[in-house]
Write a protein that binds this ligand. Sequence first.
Ligand code: HEC
Length: 134
Amino acid sequence: MLSVLGVISAVTWLTVLTSQAQDQPAGGAGFKPAAPREALMEWHEKAFNNARKAVSGKKAKDLAENAWLLSELANVNGFHGENDDYRNWAREVSTKAAELAAAGKEKQFDKAAEIVKGLNATCKSCHDVYKKRD
Ligand code: HEC
């Protein structure tokens, strides 16, 4: 009887642990970005420009690829800031870029152009507060 209970509780705990693990970023709770933020930002710029070009050139595959790249870069950018506003703006870029990828996949280029405008504004919101002027 005791061992049956033991097995049941072990299975329950395993289920709880694995479901929690799926909510964590890939590197787990100790995730640390590998590249410096300047490098991450150069890639934000490249991916965003490529996505914009793909919108005007109506290139669905290029748009989806670059938008997903930007979405993931922004996801990592969230780990470069400790404040809530920083993390929220990074998350916003990630979410909007994922919407951009979806619009690309569905070849909705007018919708994509609107999302690009919103993205631009989010880059700027964070830069206004956190990017040092030379
Ligand atoms: C959550 C904050 C945040 C968001 C969102 C953000 N950036 Fe940045 N970005 C920064 C910070 C901070 C810097 C200043 C560089 C540094 O100190 O690391 C920067 C610098 C840059 C630079 C200059 C890089 C250099 O060589 O110094 C570029 C280009 C750039 N960002 C592009 C973008 C683009 C494009 C987006 C939107 C798609 C974006 N960023 C969104 C925080 C952000």
